[in-house]
Design a protein around this ligand. Structure first.
Ligand code: ATP
Length: 218
């Protein structure tokens, strides 16, 4: 019998990918014994119509550079290939159909969790697969905004730092194993205000060099 793999998918704009995103990937791979972790850069976040992201080619290139040495961490072109805005509901449905023998796990930060009701068919999204919600400095996590059916799925594993075994049925895991206070908005602002990127603690040196070379965020 084929053994199901644990495949995590982390959607976002990644404009640019920063060390907070990378820390989430490496921590979750170890904590949840993931076989593969995929960054899924969005063509354009449908619920953020006011913000226009940098070209998907640049965002993909930065993600590839930042993850090149990580054997279990990949970059998926799934959303970029569609070349139009997509809802997470459609992406997750496609992923589930594409990996019928594996466990599909969706990853999001605390701010996305608290905004989840703005997502298209959000309640179905939460019931479709497993989810991992990661804490984010400055963002409180509460559960009053979701239905009881969804609350019943929550596995609060905050405080746990050793291997967490996924349950038999899909759950929404809440973890505080990652603490990295950075946002892509701050990095873009920093590049605009300074000639050179002086936040190399927040992005890898390859990403910093790429931003300089292609004069992004000027
Ligand atoms: P922006 O400042 O442009 O909104 P961002 O830093 O929030 O960008 P996104 O690409 O929008 O990054 O985020 C993708 C996902 O990563 C979201 O689910 C978000 O909650 C999560 N995330 C981003 N940064 C962190 C962080 N420092 N800690 C935990 N989660 C994070």
């Amino acid at each position: 019998m084929k053994i199901a793999r644990n495949l995590a998918f982390f959607g976002g704009t990644f404009d640019p990918v920063h060390n907070g995103h990378l820390k989430i990937a490496t921590t979750l791979v170890d904590l949840f014994e993931l076989d593969r972790f995929f960054f899924v850069p969005a063509f354009h976040a449908p619920h953020k119509p006011e913000s226009r992201p940098t070209s998907g080619y640049h965002r993909f290139a930065m993600l590839s550079l930042a993850t090149a040495d990580e054997s279990k961490i990949f970059v998926s072109t799934l959303e970029l290939d569609h070349a139009k805005s997509r809802y997470s509901f459609d992406t997750l449905t496609e992923l589930k159909a594409g990996y019928p023998d594996d466990r599909v796990i969706f990853v999001m930060g605390a701010d996305s969790w608290m905004d989840i009701r703005t997502w298209h068919r959000w309640d179905e999204v939460l019931l479709l697969t497993d989810h991992i919600v990661v804490s984010r400095p400055g963002h409180h996590i509460s559960f009053g905004h979701v239905s009881e059916t969804i609350r019943d799925r929550i596995a609060d594993v905050r405080g746990e730092r050793v291997e967490i075994r996924l349950g038999q049925t899909p759950q929404i895991y809440i973890t505080d194993a990652v603490h990295f206070d950075v946002s892509a908005t701050e990095i873009r602002r920093d590049v605009q205000e300074n000639d050179v990127l002086d936040r190399t603690d927040d992005v890898t040196s390859e990403v910093a060099k790429y931003i300089e070379k292609y004069e992004l965020y000027r």
